[in-house]
Structures are given as C-alpha cells and as structure tokens.
Ligand binder design. Structure first.
Ligand code: SF4
Length: 226
C-alpha cells in the first residue's frame, strides 16, 4: 500500500494518476470487434461446472457499486453480508489494519452465492464473473484456465463479452483513479487487533469493527483473541 501514497513523494502520486489517465484513454479506444473476433477464434462455451465459483482459489474482487447491486439482488442483504476485506494488508501505529478493495463473501471454500442450480445473483454478478475466463491486460485479450475454452461461440455472444471486457477495463481504471485520489497514508506499526479494520476503496475509507467481520479475516481475528 505504500506504493499508492508516499507523502514524502507527492510527485509519485501525480505520475501514477497521469499513467492511469493514459491507460483510461487507451481503454476507451479499444475496438470491441477485434476482441470479439479473437474470442470466436479461441472459442468458449460455459459448461456450468461451477469451477470458477468454488474452491480455495476462488476470490472475486468487486467494487462498491457492485456490492450495492448485489445487496438489492440478494433481497436486502447488508454490505458485510455481501463483501469481506481481503487478508492482505498493513498495520498502522494505532493498531488498525489497512487493506485495499473488497472480495465477494465466501462460505467455506465457495462463493456464498453459488448453488448447484447456478449463480443465485446471476443478473447482478460482478463484471469479473460476467467476463470469466477472459480478461484484458494492457488491451490484449488473456484468459484463465477453464473447461469451456475451445467451445463454440457465435459472433453475437462474443461481441457481448468483448463489450463487457472493455467496460470492465474502464471501470477498473476509474476505480483505481478514485482510490489513489482518496487514499490517505498512515504511519506503519506492529500487528495488533486493538484498532479497527480500515478498507480503502474508490469511496475513501470504510472503518469496521472486528466483531462485524466474518470470513477468513474474521477467523484470523478470532484466533488472535484466544
Ligand atoms: S457471484 Fe455467481 S458467478 Fe460469481 S463466483 Fe459467485 S456464484 Fe459464481
């Protein structure tokens, strides 16, 4: 996190914002037709295996606007019913744990919205789920391991994925810009659970009491208390 904001080097922040602004312009100018043709060439047909929703490796990053959409889709769930802070972070000198962005809540090893019948929040699932297994890296199409790769996909469906990929890239960069602008740095300290958990995102800081946090980070807190 020290990479985001170093008060001793304000020009570093300006450089970071200038770079993100450049990335944003590049993302806006991406041609979805080219990406769609590439998707047709690679091939993809979802096998409804649920592999991308389950297991230790399953970790879905999501943004505040996505959390709010899921809160509604899930029938009025609360913020911390939908999302949890990631495990990685740093401590400040007052015993607060600082971390970046949010992860979709898991139940055990699986996404809490996974069921054998499929995703229980399908229409409101995060962009990362809507575009899996594809993602863009500096404008280039990449893909993760998936049983559906190589399957038959029509141009219309591929075009839809390509447009979502472009949208996701733009959203990710805009969120990063807001995160960098709002991030406030802190004096580093030793691990302690006397303070709060502070999640930094594009909206600023969310300060959460440890007693409100479940998931992997909550379990770490409970172990520390024993
Ligand atoms: S939100 Fe839906 S699609 Fe995304 S990981 Fe969870 S169950 Fe799977």
């Amino acid at each position: 996190m020290s990479e985001i904001n170093d008060p001793a080097d304000p020009s570093g922040i300006e450089e970071m914002l200038a770079d993100l602004a450049l990335q944003l312009e590049r993302a806006k100018s991406l041609t979805t037709e080219t990406i769609a043709r590439e998707i047709v060439r690679i091939g993809f047909r979802c096998q409804r295996c649920g592999d991308c929703c389950r297991g230790e490796e399953n970790s879905v990053a999501l943004f505040p606007f996505e959390i709010r959409a899921i809160m509604v889709a899930a029938g009025g769930e609360g913020w911390l019913d939908v999302a949890e802070p990631p495990l990685e972070g740093e401590w400040d000198s007052e015993g607060n744990f600082h971390t970046l962005e949010w992860r979709l809540r898991k139940e055990g090893r699986d996404c809490k919205y996974y069921s054998k019948e499929g995703c229980r929040i399908y229409g409101a699932r995060p962009l990362i789920c809507k575009t899996y297994p594809f993602y863009l890296e500096e404008g280039r199409l990449r893909w993760s391991e998936c049983r559906g790769l190589g399957g038959e996909i029509g141009p219309k469906e591929a075009q839809k994925i390509a447009e979502l990929l472009k949208k996701r890239q733009i959203v990710e960069i805009r969120e990063a810009i807001d995160l960098v602008r709002k991030y406030e740095d802190f004096e580093r300290g030793d691990p302690s659970f006397h303070g709060k958990c502070v999640v930094h995102d594009s909206e600023g800081e969310h300060k959460i009491e440890w007693s409100e946090i479940s998931g992997a980070l909550g379990r770490r807190f409970q172990q520390f208390q024993k």
